[in-house]
Design a protein around this ligand. Structure first.
Ligand code: C2E
Ligand code: CA
Ligand code: CA
Ligand code: CA
Length: 279
């Protein structure tokens, strides 16, 4: 398959064989992309379900490949994880977010909490707390302004090690959210022991929420469980008013999804916030 005509198919094969030629060259390109600042961050608002005002924002990485064009994260994040490059990538994202936060402060903008995704490898990397401390100091960002999004499976594997890192990060003042909640294998008894403030309901439960009674039951249970543990709930992948109404009725605190806004390039995001504050 040539690179061009095979693109759709490569996406199918990629999960089976990450080591085809195209992936190998992508991996090399990705290394260069990190070194040469070819990656970009997009920002997606999280909105308060009751008031409709912006409550936070998630940073999502984008790669505009010089010859292949935009490559979705679902394509290159697995490659980065496979090759270990993810550690550098996540560090690049973390530093860039902190620099952006500093810039926003300088412009007197947005004391919003900004969420950063961390892959399992990054989270388990022994240097993580030290790296985070250093970048926060260098950029003078208040740790309370940064939230780390960790998937349920990241947190649940090697739980003893995970727990001590989580406690350390919390001590430092960072917020922690459990991402893709409902898709992993959380032992519910452990959830109460985790020093986390927020769970994010995975978008697979939101998609058919208004027609699927099973999803409705699951979403209601997650919200109730989280509230009983004094945690906040964010629903991701919210695309319609009907989904929003259901979530609002069941006291979900925050909404993230195309209904309000897709992830936006930084200038558009700033515009979105300014417009909202003008209303
Ligand atoms: P995620 O952390 O679960 O991020 C949510 C994904 O849902 C994002 O996809 C976002 O664009 C998409 N989304 C938001 N609203 C809607 C909606 O209303 N409907 C639908 N169908 N989708 C919506 P994206 O940006 O393509 O990222 C995919 C995944 O790649 C992320 O899933 C995350 O696991 C990973 N990722 C993205 N940026 C980073 C990063 O900086 N570091 C790491 N380690 N992973 C990242
Ligand atoms: Ca996330
Ligand atoms: Ca998610
Ligand atoms: Ca995900």
């Amino acid at each position: 398959i040539s690179k061009k005509e095979g693109r759709g198919q490569y996406r199918v094969y990629s999960s089976l064989n990450l080591h085809d030629d195209f992936s190998t060259s992508l991996e090399l390109d990705l290394r260069r992309a990190i070194d040469q600042n070819q990656l970009m961050l997009y920002y997606q608002p999280k909105v308060n379900a009751d008031t409709g005002t912006i409550a936070g924002v998630e940073a999502l990485v984008r790669w505009n490949h010089p010859t292949h064009g935009p490559i979705p994260p679902d394509r290159f994040i697995p490659l980065a994880e496979e090759s270990g490059l993810i550690i550098e990538l996540d560090q690049w994202v973390f530093r860039s977010v902190c620099e952006q936060v500093t810039q926003w402060h300088r412009d007197n903008r947005m004391p919003l909490i900004v969420s950063v995704n961390l892959s399992m490898l990054s989270f388990q990397h022994a240097e993580l707390p030290r790296y985070i401390t250093r970048v926060l100091e260098e950029t003078r960002v208040d740790p309370r302004q940064i939230e780390l999004e960790l998937t349920e499976s990241t947190v649940m594997s090697h739980l003893d090690l995970t727990l001590s890192t989580l406690r350390q990060l919390k001590e430092m003042g960072l917020q922690i959210a459990l991402d893709d909640f409902g898709t992993g294998y959380s032992s519910l008894s452990y959830l109460s022991k985790l020093p986390i403030q927020t769970v994010k309901i995975d978008k697979s439960f939101i998609r058919d929420l208004t027609v699927d009674c099973g999803d409705q039951t699951i979403v209601k249970s997650i919200i109730q469980l989280a509230h009983n543990l004094n945690m906040n709930v964010v629903a991701e992948g919210v695309e319609s008013a009907d989904q929003l109404i259901f979530l609002r009725e069941h006291q979900c605190e925050q909404i993230q999804g195309y209904y309000y806004s897709p992830p936006l390039p930084e200038p558009d995001f700033v515009e979105y916030v300014a417009q909202q504050q003008a209303e």
